[in-house]
Write a protein that binds this ligand. Structure first.
Ligand code: ADP
Length: 384
């Protein structure tokens, strides 16, 4: 039997994902305590408390675990050893399971595990230097995608290799250890937010994700593809859940190839940018669902309410500066357009500082909705 006030959830990381988790926790009577190295991190104003501590310091995890009933994380930079310590020595449940994070944190280990489980992935292999890359190109052909096995995010950590002359430079800009993948000539990118509760699983409707320079710019839901492809994407996401231990929401990033095949790109063991549209667009948001999942509460309905587009607000500045956003009136004066400002102190080029969500009428044309949302976002700019 669930009673309120509810339990206290601890979250390692207090960035925008922690902030949106905090916004989802309060109405459910759940307290959220976050830990992050940056004092007054984006989540701080909306959570019960924020501890200040480094992600590589066991004390951060110990102090957080002492105050909470269950612990989760919103960033992959957290240390699986410290999470394991909390789960095993302090008996504080950790979701998703630390072993899941360990597997996901190394893109090579992740891809191998998924391949073993029969999940379709692009062809890939580990590489140790120039000759290995050249050998991989013999097999897969150019272009290739070189990836740092650990620590990459928002495309930092990836480099496309178009021919033999690019190999040395790519190995210099991307930190080793590396892997290479065949370059997928995809028709579009898709994402499914999949959730694992206490003995139940569910998926949110398939979203289309639009990247530019490997950074997510917009999401379109429903994805502009056919029903068979959407169903195939959902099946792959459910298969992915089989290899993941622990409860919560997982971001499953996919490629749809020209012949309608679905290939898995990567998994995030947490709510993900490609699921922000669910806040306004679905009966339950990915953040509420994550909390329900980690608490072992019944999962909420993932039904879509209406066609929904999101557009990220990224830093458009040359140098680091205070994050003051101008043009906000364009959002405020557009029907069905919602602002999500992450409250970061500083902006730098391409830093994710917020997003806008545009809800459409039930019969809305998603391409028109996307164009209208882009027009509103165009009005937003960071000012000195
Ligand atoms: P990150 O972990 O930094 O988000 P990803 O590996 O997910 O990096 O890649 C980010 C983006 O780069 C993808 O969404 C896609 O646009 C592009 N990308 C990644 N891998 C490939 C690939 N094998 N072929 C083509 N494009 C790719």
């Amino acid at each position: 039997m669930t009673t309120l006030p509810g339990p206290t959830v601890g979250v390692v990381g207090a960035g925008q994902l922690g902030r949106m988790l905090g916004e989802a926790a309060a109405p459910m009577g759940v307290d959220l305590v976050a830990a992050d190295p940056t004092p007054d991190a984006p989540a701080a104003p909306v959570v019960t408390d924020q501890l200040v501590g480094e992600f590589d310091d066991r004390e951060t995890y110990r102090r957080l675990a002492e105050r909470v009933d269950v612990l989760t994380y919103e960033i992959e930079l957290v240390d699986p050893d410290h999470l394991e310590f909390v789960a095993e020595e302090m008996d504080t449940p950790v979701h998703p399971h630390p072993s899941t994070l360990r597997m996901i944190a190394d893109k090579l280990v992740q891809k191998r595990r998924l391949q073993e489980a029969g999940v379709p992935v692009p062809r890939f292999r580990a590489v140790g230097g120039i000759q290995d890359v050249v050998d991989a190109a013999e097999e897969f052909g150019y272009p290739l995608m070189l990836k740092a096995r650990v620590g990459g995010y928002d495309g930092r950590g990836n480099a496309a290799i178009y021919d033999r002359h690019d190999v040395e430079a790519a190995l210099e800009v991307v930190d080793g250890p590396w892997m290479v993948e065949e370059f997928v000539d995809y028709e579009r990118e898709l994402a499914v937010m999949a959730c694992q509760g206490d003995g139940e699983v569910d998926t949110f409707p398939v979203t289309e994700t639009i990247h530019e320079e490997e950074i997510l710019r917009e999401t379109v839901s429903p994805a502009r593809t056919d029903d068979t492809t959407r169903e195939r994407a959902r099946e792959v996401a459910v298969d992915v859940l089989d290899v993941l231990d622990g409860r919560g929401v997982f971001g499953v990033e996919l490629f749809e190839t020209a012949d309608g095949e679905i290939l898995l790109n990567e998994i995030a063991p947490r709510p993900h940018n490609s699921g922000h549209w669910t806040i306004e667009g679905c009966e339950t948001s990915q953040f509420e669902q994550h909390l329900r999942g980690v608490l072992g509460w019944p999962l909420g309905s993932t039904e879509r309410r209406s066609p929904t587009v999101t557009a990220n607000i990224l830093g458009d500045v040359e140098k680091r500066q205070p994050a003051t956003l101008a043009g906000v009136d364009a959002v405020l004066s557009t029907d069905g357009c919602k602002m999500h400002f992450y409250g970061k102190d500083e902006v730098y080029n391409l830093r994710k500082c917020g997003h806008i969500t545009q809800i459409g009428r039930l019969d809305a044309d998603t391409t028109e909705l996307l164009e209208a949302t882009r027009d509103v976002r165009e009005e937003l700019t960071f000012t000195e």
